[in-house]
Design a protein around this ligand. Structure first.
Ligand code: IMP
Ligand code: MG
Length: 173
């Protein structure tokens, strides 16, 4: 297995996060923002993003898993749910990557059932070509081709999350 050159560099990632945070800060002026990071994958993106957002916010997390190695199982397990009251909140769900859309669709429906004031979705990466379920996404960092990527929080077989940049994962024989 080879983790090669950056596909997205630390500088590109930081620049994109600033752009996203500027848009979010403008859109959420005067609102009651609750930023929810989807763990584990979004832990680095989430912490970079919230530090660049310039409006008051509260944070919480969801821990969900759907993936077996690099293949999706299509089944989502919710290991930890939001603890904050969400009825009066403008919820922003923050995800690392949207692939089939099954995970986000499931989490979105769950949160909508609890009646937040509003709900938007921000994802760092979007593999649009792989979508099976249509989920509305409000903020996208980068659209990427159908390649398996690791780093910046994303794993392959629970490894490589600490790589500071995004790399395309290639299996070697
Ligand atoms: P979905 O339910 O198919 O949209 O899968 C989304 C989840 O699968 C993400 O939150 C990631 O945890 C994982 N995932 C999808 N594509 C990749 C990838 O290229 N690298 C690492 N994890 C991925
Ligand atoms: Mg994820």
């Amino acid at each position: 297995m080879v983790v090669g050159k950056p596909f997205l560099t630390v500088e590109q990632i930081h620049q994109k996060n600033k752009e996203l945070a500027d848009r979010i800060s403008a859109d959420y002026k005067g609102s009651n923002l609750l930023a929810v990071g989807i763990l584990k994958g979004a832990f680095i993106f989430f912490s970079d993003l919230v530090r660049l957002i310039r409006v008051p916010l509260t944070i919480d997390f969801l821990v969900a898993s759907s993936y077996m190695k690099s293949e999706t199982s299509g089944e989502i397990k919710l290991h930890y749910n939001i603890r904050e009251e969400i009825a009066d909140k403008d919820v922003l769900l923050v995800e690392d990557i949207v692939d089939t859309g099954i995970t986000l669709n499931y989490l979105r429906e769950r949160i909508l059932n609890e009646g937040p004031r509003s709900l938007k979705i921000c994802t760092f990466l979007d593999k649009k070509g792989r979508r099976e379920v249509d989920v509305p996404i409000d903020y996208v960092g980068f659209e990427i081709p159908n390649e398996f990527v690791v780093g910046y929080g994303l794993d392959y077989d629970i490894k490589y999350r600490n790589l500071p940049y995004i790399s395309i994962f290639k299996k070697t024989a």
